[in-house]
Design a protein around this ligand. Structure first.
Ligand SMILES: Nc1nc2c(ncn2[C@@H]2O[C@H](COP(=O)(O)OP(=O)(O)OP(=O)(O)O)[C@@H](O)[C@H]2O)c(=O)[nH]1
Ligand SMILES: [Mg+2]
Length: 463
C-alpha cells in the first residue's frame, strides 16, 4: 500500500489535521470511543491491512479493533504537527490521540508568526530547518512505500503560508522524487487578517514553483456549502452569524482528502494512485492548481430512491459549481479545460464511468491538444457511512480568477505600501520580493489567458 506523511502547519493546518486523524481511523473501522461490543464491519474486506498508509504499525499486532489496540501496539500516526505558537498543538499533546503522535514530530514555538509570511518563511524557516528536516527524515526512514507528502495549511496567516511553503521548498530540495501534495485554505469570506493579501500572494508564488499538485479550497465556498447543507449559522434574518463553523468546513476538506487518497490506500481494479493524478492532470509544471468538486457532503443525510439514480446525482453534482471547494465553474464555456479526473468510490462499474465520460465531454471545453483528457479511477471501498461518492478534479483555466483576485488585493495594499514595513523588518526578506511576486502572479494569469487563445503549435513554441 502507498504511504503518506501528513505535515500540518499553523492553526488552520493543525485544526484540519485534528479532524483528519479520527476520520481516518473510522475509515479503517477502528473504534475510537469506549463502546463495548464487536465492531460493525462495512463488508468482508479486512480494511486494516490498508492502515499502513497513514500509520507505522507494529507487525506483531494482529488485530486492531479499537484505539486502545492501536495504542497498545505502539503504532504511530505518520503526522507532523508544526506551529509557531503552541495552543493548537498543545491540544493535540493532551488529546485522546496524543500517544499516536511521535513526540519528535510535534514542533512548536512562541508566539507565532504574527500573520506575516516573511516571518514564517524567512525567519522561522531557516531557524527550524534542521529540526523539521530531522523529524521528516526520521518519519521517511520508517516508510516502505512512501507515495507522497500531504501538506495542510492556510494561506492567510504567517505560519501556514510562510513556514508551510518553506517546508514545501525544503521537501522539493531534499526529497525531489517524492510528490508534494498541498491542500491549502484561502480564507476568502472569513478574512480576519489585514495582511492576508500579501501572505496569500507570496505563498501562492511558492506553491506554483515547489508543489507537485495543489488542491486549493476557499473558505467562502466551504461556508456556502455548510450553510446550504445544514441551514445553521444564520440568524432569524438569514444573516451569516459571526461564528465561523470551521469544524463543519474542515470536515468537508477531510472528506475530500480521504476520497482523493482512497485509490492509493485501498486495492481495486481501476484504482488511481496519487502519482497518476500528477502525471495525468498537470500538463506543465506551473499549471499545478486543481479544482475539486465533491459529492455527497456528509453534513446532511443523502437519500435517493435507487442506487443508479443516486450515482447519477453524485456525478452531476460533483461537476457543478455549487459543489466545488473553490469558486470555479468547470463547465463555464469561457474557460479551457486541460484535464479531468473522475474518481468514484463504491460499487461503480466501468460502464457507469463510460457513460459519465460521454456526458461530460460535450460540456467541457478542452484544450485542442488534449481533447481526450479524462482519467477515471474506481475504488470499491466506499466512505464510512455511505454507499458511493464521487470526486471530480479539473485543471481548468478558470482557476486563474483566483490568482487575479489575489493579485488585485495585493496591488491595493502595495500601491500605498501599506504594511510593507512589517515584511522589510525581517532581515532575510528583500524588498524586491514584492515586485517579483507581483510579476510572477501576473505571468501565471497571462499564461492561462494564452492557453485559452493559442493554437497548440504556437503554445509549444512559447514554452
Ligand atoms: N477552513 C478553515 N480556515 C481557518 C481555520 N483556522 C483559521 N482559518 C483561516 O485561516 C486564516 C489564518 O490562518 P491561521 O492558520 O490562523 O494562521 P497561522 O498559519 O497559524 O499563522 P500565524 O497565526 O499568523 O502565525 C484566517 O483568516 C482564518 O479565517 C480552520 O480551522 N479552518
Ligand atoms: Mg497561528
Amino acid at each position: 500500500m502507498s504511504e503518506f506523511i501528513v505535515i500540518q502547519v499553523g492553526q488552520c493546518g493543525n485544526q484540519i489535521g485534528s479532524c483528519l486523524l479520527p476520520e481516518i481511523l473510522q475509515e479503517y473501522d477502528v473504534r475510537t470511543n469506549n463502546e463495548i461490543g464487536g465492531k460493525t464491519k462495512r463488508d468482508k474486506i479486512d480494511l486494516q491491512q490498508f492502515m499502513s498508509s497513514f500509520f507505522n504499525l507494529n507487525s506483531k499486532c494482529s488485530t486492531i479493533d479499537s484505539l486502545s489496540d492501536l495504542l497498545n501496539s505502539n503504532a504511530k500516526a505518520r503526522f507532523l504537527c508544526i506551529d509557531m505558537e503552541d495552543s493548537v498543538v498543545a491540544r493535540v499533546k493532551v488529546g485522546k490521540y496524543r500517544d499516536l503522535f511521535d513526540k519528535k514530530c510535534l514542533i512548536t514555538n512562541y508566539p507565532g508568526s504574527g500573520n506575516n509570511w516573511a516571518e514564517g518563511y524567512c525567519s522561522h524557516g531557516p531557524k527550524y530547518k534542521q529540526k523539521i528536516l530531522k523529524a521528516i527524515q526520521y518519519t521517511v526512514e520508517q516508510c516502505d512505500n512512501l507515495n507522497g507528502f500531504l501538506l495542510l495549511f492556510s494561506m492567510g496567516g504567517g505560519t501556514g503560508s510562510g513556514l508551510g511553503t518553506f517546508i514545501v521548498k525544503l521537501l522539493a530540495d531534499n526529497f525531489p522524487t517524492i510528490e508534494r501534495f498541498v491542500v491549502c485554505v484561502y480564507p476568502t469570506g472569513t478574512e480576519d487578517v489585514i495582511t492576508c493579501p500579501y501572505n496569500m500572494a507570496f505563498a501562492t508564488q511558492e506553491l506554483l514553483s515547489s508543489a507537485t499538485c495543489v488542491f486549493p479550497v476557499e473558505n467562502r465556498s466551504l461556508l456556502d456549502i455548510t450553510l446550504k447543507q445544514t441551514g445553521r449559522y444564520t440568524n432569524s434574518r438569514g444573516d451569516l452569524s459571526p461564528f465561523r463553523p470551521f469544524e463543519d468546513m474542515n470536515k468537508i476538506i477531510v472528506d475530500m482528502i480521504l476520497h482523493l487518497t482512497s485509490g492509493s490506500r485501498f486495492g481495486g481494479k481501476m484504482n488511481v494512485d496519487m502519482n497518476e493524478i500528477n502525471t495525468n492532470m498537470i500538463p506543465f509544471p506551473q499549471l499545478n492548481f486543481l479544482s475539486s468538486g465533491f459529492s455527497p457532503f456528509k453534513l446532511k443525510n443523502f437519500n435517493s430512491t435507487s442506487s443508479s439514480q443516486l450515482k447519477n446525482e453524485l456525478f452531476l453534482s460533483s461537476c457543478s459549481r455549487y459543489n466545488q471547494l473553490l469558486k470555479v465553474d468547470p463547465l463555464d464555456p469561457r474557460y479551457m479545460c486541460m484535464s479531468v479526473t473522475l474518481l468514484g468510490r463504491g460499487n461503480y462499474s466501468i460502464n457507469d464511468m463510460r457513460s459519465y465520460i460521454d456526458r461530460l465531454k460535450p460540456k467541457l471545453h478542452f484544450a485542442s491538444w488534449s481533447t481526450k483528457a479524462i482519467k477515471v479511477g474506481l475504488c470499491n471501498v466506499p466512505p464510512k457511512g455511505l454507499d458511493f461518492s464521487m470526486l471530480t478534479l479539473c485543471n481548468t483555466s478558470s482557476i486563474s480568477n483566483l490568482f487575479e483576485e489575489i493579485l488585485s488585493q495585493f496591488v491595493k495594499l502595495y500601491q500605498r505600501k501599506a504594511h510593507v514595513h512589517h515584511y522589510t523588518a525581517i532581515p532575510e526578506f528583500n524588498f524586491e520580493q514584492f515586485k517579483e511576486c507581483q510579476n510572477s502572479l501576473n505571468d501565471i494569469v497571462l499564461f492561462y489567458r494564452e492557453i485559452e487563445q493559442l493554437k497548440p503549435s504556437v503554445l509549444v513554441q512559447s514554452l
